[in-house]
Design a protein around this ligand. Structure first.
Ligand SMILES: Nc1ncnc2c1ncn2[C@@H]1O[C@H](COP(=O)(O)OP(=O)(O)OP(=O)(O)O)[C@@H](O)[C@H]1O
Length: 671
């Protein structure tokens, strides 16, 4: 793949991506976590690259989030989703969901969301997910009992590269190989020329070894399973808890994992355990066996009256003859019995086989002595025999287990990926449940482009029972709002009536819908917009410079592309009211000509409408009354209705209530 063709990927990032094992799959799957492994690619960059790859696939120009406020709203939606993910993988993966402008991308996500909405996030499932993470490739594994040998310098370099777990040695001849066989349990010779040669020791000529490293180092595969054991078991649990169809036999996986411990050692084989214990305990057992023999002899000697004939006594004194000779004559039987006891002890305590036991017999043999002591050469032979039997057994078992596990590796990777993807789905499902969402219905492209199914539909949106999840009140207390707009509209209303919150809700619903997600409302119909321009309320009057630059922004806005949604909150506060009304009226006229969809929240709706050269719709959030001095409002705007402002309502109340109401009546007439 040409990485540089992905929007936002330059030559440097393309090189960094090429260093990954399988960048294509990571890009295809939106695997942000893997992309982050590319050198110099930060978390934010990785998500942007993944989004770029998706945009490229869908030929999506992107750019729906045209202003900072729109981007903030997107971040809010993302945060609500990410809060509901258990794994870091899912959190990152959710960042690949972006508000798209092409139908194909939106539909792609909607198709997967449909499945997601059927998921049930249970506490057990979330607990199992907590231990799932992308699989690790073990690094730094060293196998010390085997080595590679070759006479060729190039092959030596290739061997180090392909099988870094084993040490590689350059040899001159068969003699060198024999030498190596003395230090390593197995020597793997990579040169064909040695095929058929006779070597002492375990020397195998395998010219193709570098092509299938797994056969030479089964430990590599075992380490993969050993190191990832917890993640694999957790992924298996996720499948069991969720009823997700596993891509492998879960029992075979758990059985395989039970045969290897976390450092890659084979467990559960009696013979290997016997040999391992025998090697470990050999020295101690020989020591104890010596004591057993000596205890026997000591007791025997204590009980015995030894009569020494004069001649013997003389030779002892005169010739310095050793007491051993006496021992052998007087206590021969006891000595034999003592050795027998020592040998039996050794055989039994180390659970030796007949063949090993024969070797053990030599440890305690020879001329009678007191105290009895081991024969070191025999101990060493027994040690060599036991060690190589242990290593042979372990190598066989590792090869067998690696054979069994090899077929499970790819499905095991899939098992983990499925579990992680399930977390993404569960986060979406939880979002939909927590905020009573529905799938929105798209009624065509807001540009009215040709080829669009609903090209005739007027661009706009229609929201029924929309409830914003980002209000400063608990979601349960959020009142549902109905609002629909096509064309350019002014939204008037009382203070704190919920106008800003409504703009947020509209923006949030449009963003979530174009991300392919369900939206927090009972029913939503909308056009697919090309750009969302959301301008928040300005904090007070702007100075000349800031005012100029704001006007320039709007100048660019009205000169721009079709299919836009423009949300503007109280633009009038940027300058004095009279000028504001004229400027806003002008902007609305231009947007109207452009066929844009726009909602301008304003307390100057009447003045703007009067200043506009076109018919501008005015909607209003109306107070339904004053309750204990507080305005009670209906949060859903009334269509084509200029809502009375808060001051107007107060004057009206005073005109109704006051005994002498002339003054208030005259004020009221001015509204
Ligand atoms: N749908 C709703 N359900 C419950 N509470 C709401 C809703 N909409 C708004 N509110 C409450 O009303 C408060 C004021 O809302 P908001 O700031 O949107 O009003 P506004 O009309 O923009 O006010 P102003 O004209 O003063 O700018 C919010 O902080 C929120 O607590």
């Amino acid at each position: 793949m040409e990485f540089e063709s992905i929007p936002g990927v330059g030559a440097k990032t393309a090189d960094a991506l090429a260093e990954l094992d399988d960048p294509e799959t990571a890009l295809q799957q939106g695997d942000v976590l893997t992309l982050m492994d590319a050198p110099g690619v930060s978390e934010g960059r990785a998500a942007a690259i993944a989004r770029g790859a998706i945009r490229k696939r869908h030929d999506d120009p992107g750019g729906l989030l045209a202003t900072e406020q729109a981007r903030d709203l997107y971040e809010s939606v993302l945060a609500l989703l990410q809060e509901r993910a258990v794994t870091t993988y899912a959190e990152k993966r959710l960042e690949t969901l972006y508000p798209a402008t092409t139908q194909s991308r939106i539909e792609e996500v909607r198709a997967s969301v449909e499945a997601a909405l059927k998921r049930e996030p249970t506490p057990e499932l979330r607990e199992a997910l907590a231990n799932v993470a992308p699989l690790e490739s073990p690094s730094g594994l060293r196998v010390r009992e085997r080595c590679l040998a070759t006479t060729d310098a190039e092959r030596y370099a290739a061997a180090r590269e392909a099988i870094p777990e084993l040490s590689a040695e350059v040899v001159d001849d068969g003699h060198d190989i024999e030498e190596l066989a003395r230090s390593y349990a197995t020597v793997i010779v990579l040169d064909e020329t040695f095929a058929g040669s006779d070597f002492t020791g375990d020397v195998r000529v395998l010219p193709d070894a570098l092509e299938s490293p797994g056969d030479v180092v089964p430990e590599r595969l075992l380490a993969f399973f050993a190191e990832n054991r917890e993640r694999l078991l957790a992924a298996a649990r996720v499948h069991e808890e969720s009823g997700l169809e596993p891509p492998l036999d879960l029992d075979a996986l758990t059985d395989g994992l039970a045969r290897v411990d976390e450092d890659g050692t084979i467990v559960g084989d009696e013979e290997l355990e016997r040999l391992t214990t025998a090697v470990d305990d050999l020295d101690a057992a020989v020591g104890t066996a010596e004591s057993v023999a000596n205890d026997h002899l000591r007791a025997a000697i204590k009980e015995r009256d030894v009569t020494i004939e004069g001649q013997d006594f003389l030779s002892l004194v005169e010739q310095g003859a050793r007491v051993d000779s006496l021992l052998s004559r007087e206590l021969d039987d006891e000595f034999d019995a003592a050795l027998e006891k020592a040998r039996n002890y050794l055989t039994e305590s180390l659970a030796l086989t007949d063949h090993e036991s024969e070797l053990a017999d030599h440890v305690f043999s020879g001329e009678p002595t007191f105290p009895v002591s081991r024969r070191d050469d025999a101990v060493s032979r027994l040690n060599t025999e036991l060690t190589s039997a242990r290593d042979r057994r372990s190598a066989e078992l590792k090869a067998d287990l690696a054979d069994d596990l090899a077929a499970l590796k790819t499905p095991a990777e899939e098992l983990v990926r499925n579990a992680l993807e399930l977390d993404v789905e569960l986060a979406i499902a939880a979002f939909a449940r927590d905020f009573d969402c529905t799938m929105p219905e798209f009624v065509g492209d807001a540009t009215g482009a040709e080829g669009d199914d609903d090209a005739d539909a007027t661009p706009g949106f229609e929201i029924e029972g929309g409830r914003s999840p980002i209000l400063d009140v608990e979601f349960a207390a959020v009142e549902p709002v109905d609002y629909s707009v096509d064309g350019v509209t002014l939204l008037s209303g009382v203070n704190s009536g919920g106008k800003t919150s409504l703009l947020d809700l509209v923006g949030l619903i449009v963003i979530a819908a174009q991300m392919g997600l369900p939206v927090p409302a009972e029913r939503v119909q909308l056009s697919r917009f090309t750009e969302l321009h959301y301008y928040a309320k300005s904090q007070g009057t702007l100075d000349a410079g800031a005012f100029e630059s704001t006007l320039r922004d709007f100048g660019d806005l009205v000169a721009g592309a079709d299919g836009r949604l423009v949300l503007v909150d109280e633009l009038e506060s940027i300058t004095e009211p009279g000028a504001s009304a004229k400027i806003i009226a002008g902007i609305l006229e231009a947007l109207d000509r452009q066929g844009a969809t726009a909602v301008f929240v304003s307390h100057l709706a009447r003045e703007i409408r009067d200043a506009a050269g076109v018919d501008v719709a005015v909607d209003g959030i109306e107070a339904v009354g004053l309750v204990d001095g507080e305005l009670k409002v209906d949060r859903s705007p009334v269509k084509d209705h200029l809502a009375r402002s808060t001051p107007e309502l107060i004057v009206e109340k005073l005109a109704d209530d006051a005994d002498d109401a002339d003054f208030y009546d005259s004020l009221l007439e001015k509204f």
